[in-house]
Design a protein around this ligand. Structure first.
Ligand code: MG
Length: 307
């Protein structure tokens, strides 16, 4: 029985609407900016986050919010006008003082939402794959997630959801949600490996080639977790930057893969932990797999260390 039905239904609705916002900007064009860490952000990231936060403020006013974007200086008057034009065309409520929503973080609470308004912004800018990820945690323990992915495996939109102890489900192309499971592949030479398009490190592919992996799916965003969860892929190896390991990046995918029967660990084989905005690990790198492969891959990484 679902314990978080209200959070789950909210999350599904919100990531779907946020994906309409990001796709609206993709059609109409969007401005891009560089953040202080030199990573890109677009007006679509900000519009998506503003929308999600406005809805959390309305429906879960007592909860805390952990969100990626903080740069209110990019939300000038022209940007506000354009974002409200988007909301208007999509029949979403017009908002005022948009800057306030970007940085609104709710109330201090053990109930917290993580927001990645666009995961894979570089992919988004290039017209490639990206995702919108929403997570819900209590005392930093993942409870619910929803991930929307436009253009997933030739479907115009896929939505993935999971709840702790209740399994994972996916909706492809506006049909019904159905349970998803990881696949049963145990053979290294059959592995389909997902890895990053723009944030990879050479050791991932070097390692994969060395152990005999022949099939690769190179794609941005948490879509890689979704591919492991629904059996499209068997394995995802993610190099980690210690300064950029945030809950909004990994909490939704971690819950989704585990609830689909798979495993997610760091390179030591430890489960990921979350501490408010931070994703914690004991050795930098994430392995997500169908579970059957996890031990083998961890052993092989020990023999062929990443650094
Ligand atoms: Mg992002």
């Amino acid at each position: 029985m679902s314990h978080y039905i209200r959070e789950l239904e909210f999350a599904i609705d919100i990531v779907e609407k946020a994906s309409r916002i990001t796709e609206w900007f993709r059609r109409k064009g969007f401005e891009s900016f560089l953040k202080s860490d030199q990573s890109p952000v677009t007006l679509a990231d900000l519009a998506s986050q503003i929308y999600v936060i406005s809805q959390l403020k309305e429906y879960f006013p007592e909860d805390g919010i952990i969100a990626e974007e903080e740069n209110i200086e990019f939300v000038n008057i022209e940007a506000e006008t354009l974002i409200n034009k988007c909301f208007n065309e999509l029949n979403l409520k017009k908002l005022t003082n948009l800057k306030n929503f970007v940085r609104f973080r709710g109330k201090p609470s053990e109930r917290q939402w993580t927001i990645d308004p666009i995961d894979g912004t570089i992919g988004y800018q290039k017209g490639l794959s990206y995702a919108i990820g929403l997570g819900f945690m209590i005392k930093s323990i993942p409870k619910v997630c929803a991930i929307a992915i436009p253009n997933y495996n030739n479907y115009p939109l896929a939505i993935f959801v999971a709840e702790e102890g209740q399994g994972s489900r996916a909706l492809y192309n506006n049909k019904n949600f159905n349970p998803i499971r990881v696949n049963q592949n145990e053979k290294i030479d059959n592995i389909r490996l997902c890895h990053s398009l723009h944030y990879d490190q050479p050791w991932v592919l070097n390692f994969a080639k060395k152990i005999g992996i022949k099939n690769y799916i190179q794609i941005d965003s948490m879509a890689k977790f979704c591919m492991v969860a629904d059996g499209t892929a068997d394995l995802y190896i993610k190099p980690l930057d210690p300064d950029k390991s945030f809950s909004w990046d990994f909490m939704p995918g971690d819950l989704l893969v585990r609830e689909a029967g798979g495993s997610v660990t760091d390179l030591n084989g430890e489960r990921l932990k979350f501490n408010e905005r931070k994703c914690l690990w004991t050795k930098p790198g994430i392995i997500a797999s169908n579970g059957m492969l996890q031990k083998k891959i961890l052993e092989l990484i020990k023999i062929n260390p990443s650094n």
